[in-house]
Design a protein around this ligand. Structure first.
Ligand code: ADP
Ligand code: MG
Length: 632
């Protein structure tokens, strides 16, 4: 085998370039990333060795060692982890297998500040070495292979890298960073030590560095002693989630979060628990500040890091949380599961189900607490993940009420697009005699806010929730009620505000209903094809007419989604509701000529469609008609 020169995959090249240029203000994170990888490699070895003890090669010690060679200006990070074969080196360090890389790169704006935040969400990993190094060498040998099957990977971080066979006695990986001349500050051991303390204290295996006293030879030391270098462990080297809460600082929680999530930011909130009794496990769950780039990818990263009795078992164990909590990151360490669990077993294990129920409750409680104690943070959570949480009520019937209490909305109370009102806020403002929670779903916020359906609610001082997220129709029909109160779509069925009206108004309404009967007959005959029914409404104050659905009809939004997904739906004709108090309706009523009546009826009907955010079947004919009547 000879030395081979290979080209980086295009995307790897782009990412590399971007990283080197956008992370200049936070260079030291390269050490965190490389230690994080070394720790993952140790986890993997320990897991594989459960079935195959020989992988330890009689050297069971798992550790990371950091050394500096100031003569050659290098830093090396060595681990006794799983190591890599030649194929693995080429695959893992030459291509980016992460799903969504292409779409991630597309989402970049070219604005360095914004992009450096984005890249944080993506996770920079191994390539971060190139932030400080002009050349990176990786010497590695996979556990279980012979010493002659070592590999040296080398690159200057430009277009190419080389791989070459080497002899490597010890298993594991050594990363050698040849520092750029501008980055020699990192040769300083004190500096390195403080970076390790800052970013890697939570790493569960020892990170060793040369002890600070070594090197300063005193005359009394024998030659043998002075040549023997003294290494000491600089981190806590203990699984963080096992430590008592009181002994872990906020900084440590944040760093640990970054290690497991590949996020640059601090977490928004976390919950660390030790559970004893029928089930025994430790859990550490985090809510991120911002959505990851792959939140809406079908195969995006989700799930928890699973350990069994401190031994790492798998990443992205999805079975411990429902899909609507897929934004939660964290670790779970169980004493009840067997060390050789697989994804398949997890799917059927009743222990996993009980844990899932408990963890779900844990997350919902954490959110409820956050909502109570810190409005601003909760708002941040909502803006990032609210639309995911909205999947909850339909997915998780047991916790429906709890989830509903966490939802935030826009309502006519604020009339503002920001979603910051909860159902309890709404209930606290309900009018005397009001039994239902009113809402409207529309294509977008403005259409909802200006919907004719809201006219009489506003007049009566009644509040309505304004909904326009894609999922809202689905959400509300799944919810149906909250706190014993019906959720009522005001565009469906008959609205009866009689109890909010005076006797005088009631009498007037009844009179209108009587008077309207012949007009309704004519309308029904004229718009026969397009409407299910025509009736008088008292919900309008300013508009001449509106469209309503019957109580059991599917909402417009849901209809569109279902149709877009290729489902055939039964035809549904809207109910045409007219406002007898409106001058245009009175004008319509007075038209004796049937052709004129038909045209005018069609105009009013099309208007009502538009106000609803619907599309007209024949927009050109609407405009022709309207222009004709404008000149009339
Ligand atoms: P990530 O850690 O998110 O997977 P990285 O860019 O940090 O991404 O690393 C890429 C891959 O390279 C890792 O998934 C791993 O397979 C491999 N790798 C990196 N460093 C090591 C190491 N010290 N030992 C073994 N494998 C490693
Ligand atoms: Mg990594």
């Amino acid at each position: 085998m000879e030395k081979q020169t290979l080209g980086f995959q295009t995307e790897a090249k782009q990412l590399l370039h971007l990283m080197i240029h956008s992370l200049y203000s936070n260079k030291e994170i390269f050490l965190r990333e490389l230690i994080s990888n070394a720790s993952d490699a140790a986890d993997k070895l320990r897991f594989l060795a459960l079935d195959n003890d020989a992988l330890y090669e009689n050297q069971p010690e798992l550790k990371i060692r950091i050394e500096v060679d100031s003569a050659n200006h290098t830093i090396s990070i060595s681990d006794t982890g799983i190591g890599m074969s030649k194929e693995e080196v080429t695959d893992n360090l030459g291509t980016i297998a992460k799903s969504g890389t292409a779409s991630f790169l597309q989402s970049l704006t070219g604005d360095q500040k914004k992009d450096s935040q984005l890249i944080g969400q993506f996770g920079v990993g191994f390539y971060s070495g190139f932030i400080v190094a002009e050349k990176v060498q990786v010497l590695t040998r996979k556990a279980g292979l012979s010493p002659s099957e070592g590999v040296c990977w080398e690159s200057t971080g430009e277009a190419e890298f080389t791989v070459e066979p080497i002899e490597k006695a010890e298993r594991g990986t050594t990363i050698i960073l040849h520092l750029k001349s501008s980055e020699r500050e990192f040769e300083d051991l004190y500096r390195l030590r403080s970076i390790v303390k800052k970013y890697a204290d939570h790493i569960a295996i020892p990170v060793e560095m040369l002890s600070s006293s070594t090197g300063q030879n005193s005359d009394t030391e024998s030659e043998e002693e002075s040549s023997k270098q003294q290494f000491e462990t600089v981190n806590s080297a203990k699984a963080l989630w096992i430590r008592p809460r009181s002994e872990v600082s906020d900084e440590e929680y944040s760093e640990f979060y970054r290690h497991i999530s590949h996020d640059f930011e601090e977490p928004l909130e976390w919950s660390h628990n030790k559970v004893e009794g029928k089930l025994e496990y430790n859990s550490l769950l985090y809510i991120p500040k911002r959505p990851p780039f792959d939140l809406w990818n079908r195969d995006g990263a989700r799930g928890l890091k699973l350990y069994v009795q401190r031994i790492f078992i798998m990443d992205q164990a999805e079975q411990f949380l429902p899909l609507y909590l897929r934004f939660v990151k964290g670790v779970i360490d169980s004493n009840d599961l067997s060390l050789n669990v697989s994804r398949e077993i997890l799917q059927q294990d009743p222990v996993v189900d009980s844990m899932k129920n408990a963890l779900t409750k844990r997350v919902l409680d954490m959110l409820a607490k956050l909502k109570k104690k810190d409005k601003e943070k909760y708002q941040q959570f909502w803006d990032s993940f609210g639309s995911v949480l909205k999947e909850g009520p339909s997915e998780d019937l047991t916790n429906k009420e709890k989830i509903a209490g966490l939802l935030l909305f826009s309502t006519t109370h604020t009339d503002h697009e920001e979603q910051n009102q909860c159902l309890d806020d709404y209930i606290s403002r309900m009018q005397e005699g009001q039994e239902e929670i009113y809402y409207i779903v529309a294509e977008n916020f403005k259409t909802a806010k200006n919907s004719p359906h809201l006219e009489s609610l506003r007049k009566n001082g009644l509040e309505a929730i304004l909904l326009s997220d894609r999922i809202d129709d689905w959400l509300m029909s799944g919810l149906q009620e909250y706190s014993g109160k019906n959720l009522r779509d005001i565009s469906k069925g008959k609205l009866d505000f009689d109890k909010f009206s005076s006797e005088e108004e009631k009498a007037k309404n009844q009179e209108e209903d009587e008077k309207a009967k012949p007009l309704l007959e004519r309308l029904k005959a004229s718009l026969n094809e397009r409407i299910g029914e025509a009736r008088v409404t008292h919900r309008l104050t300013e508009s001449p007419a509106c469209l309503a659905l019957s109580e059991y009809d599917m909402g417009q939004q849901m209809r569109k989604i279902m149709e877009a997904s290729g489902q055939k739906l039964p035809e549904s004709k809207p109910i045409f509701e007219i406002n007898m108090g409106h001058a245009l309706v009175q004008k319509l009523d007075a038209l004796a000529d049937e052709d004129q009546f038909d045209e005018f009826a069609e105009l009013l009907f099309d208007q009502a469609c538009l106000a609803e955010g619907r599309q007209l079947d024949d927009p050109a004919s609407f405009i022709r008609l309207m222009n004709k009547w404008l000149l009339n």
